[in-house]
Design a protein around this ligand. Structure first.
Ligand code: AMP
Length: 360
């Protein structure tokens, strides 16, 4: 890239906390950010050089956006693929390109993509009728909507024994009768983990993790790095993330979430073509955070080290948890981050705290 750093402008589609933290990382490198979001109260607006408040299908606004920036990225996977295709059509450089977005927006496409690369997932089946429950024969299962599910929304778990009597299941089918569904075998995992990989145009990559992730009510509660995963598990997780990144010639950041089974097998669960909540600790515990790697990768810059200089535990502040903020502020090893959201609604990620310890 020939543009001088000080005059570079990065456009980000989406205005949530991930966009906010990428914009803050960009500012540290002297790169300006323009946020494009349809949400008036976007947390990323507060820290950006400029903001465009418009819908993702507003072509005039997208044109204006394209004219103002050197390169475009996005901060969450539910940006319409058509928006990215339109921006590319009018000459914008968008990273990561739409392929990963397309795959990660649909759980069936995502599982098929992983399995085609030889990456093991939970056993699954497209769910077209209740007959599929018997045919698949999974004793315990989870049914999920294929699109727009996050933090456990749009999913239900049940078992073959109760599938004819379960009222919750009946009402789930009723609510989602117009949605595509996927049936997954429920995995008896010992742990959940994630790996974050950044890769740039030159093919350099940097990997964080695997991180140990602990969920409460399907929402990430705590992330711990380092942890006691075996050398085999670590190598396998890195190998899978690298394989996906190289296969799609990733430019940007990709997160892979996994289940670890009792027998040591690791199953990929989800892909996110972006930075991830399980990587927030990298802001305080690494010289170069996941957000800075994101900015560097999409702006054509060299990547930095993903080495941690401290051990870290990240705690999400969800809903009313944010009320404990004063206590955290008094702790010597606590790095407090708030996203500037007004209402502490139930399940809403308001901020996070990273507790640092000396590197073990
Ligand atoms: P997801 O939306 O697929 O990330 O699922 C949210 C959470 O539900 C995961 O973090 C797991 O704790 C749980 N979960 C999802 N799919 C499965 C599965 N096939 N087996 C067991 N637990 C699952």
């Amino acid at each position: 890239m020939t543009i001088a750093l000080e005059s570079m402008t990065l456009g980000i589609l989406g205005g949530g906390q991930l966009g906010r933290m990428s914009a803050m990382a960009a500012a540290r490198l002297g790169i300006k950010t323009i946020i494009f979001s349809p949400e008036e109260r976007s947390p990323a607006f507060h820290v950006a050089h400029e903001s465009i408040l418009a819908d993702y299908d507003d072509k005039e606004a997208l044109k204006r956006f394209k004219e103002k920036v050197d390169v475009i990225s996005y901060e969450f996977e539910n940006i319409p693929v058509e928006t990215v295709l339109y921006l590319e059509e009018i000459g914008a450089k968008v990273f990561p390109d739409e392929r990963l977005l397309y795959v990660s927006q649909d759980r069936i496409k995502e599982k098929q993509f992983l399995n085609d690369l030889g990456i093991e997932t939970a056993r699954w089946k497209k769910m077209e009728s209740t007959e599929d429950l018997l045919q698949a024969g999974f004793q315990d299962f989870i049914i999920k909507t294929t699109r727009f599910g996050y933090d456990g929304k749009g999913q239900i778990s049940s078992s073959l024994d109760e599938c004819n009597t379960c009222e919750k299941l009946k009402s789930f089918f009723e609510t989602h009768k117009n949605n595509d569904l996927i049936l997954e075998e429920k995995v008896a995992f010992t742990d959940e983990m994630s790996v974050i990989i950044a890769r740039n145009k030159q093919g350099e990559s940097a990997i964080y993790g695997p991180m140990l992730n602990i969920h409460k009510n399907h929402i990430l509660y705590k992330t711990i790095y380092p942890n006691s995963f075996s050398k085999d598990v670590i190598e396998k997780a890195h190998e899978i993330a690298q394989k996906i990144a190289d296969e799609i010639k990733l430019i940007g950041v990709l997160t892979v979430e996994f289940f670890i089974c009792e027998d040591g097998r690791i199953l990929a669960n989800e892909l996110a073509p972006r930075t991830h909540n399980s990587g927030h600790w990298t802001i305080d515990a690494c010289a170069v955070s996941q957000f800075e790697q994101h900015v560097r990768a999409v702006c054509g810059l060299p990547l930095g080290s993903s080495e941690a200089h401290s051990d870290a535990e990240m705690l999400n502040l969800i809903g009313n948890d944010v009320k404990d903020i004063n206590n955290y502020m008094k702790q010597d090893n606590a790095c407090v981050h708030l996203y500037g959201k007004k209402e502490a609604r139930e399940g809403r990620k308001m901020g996070h705290v990273t507790f640092l310890q000396e590197k073990s």
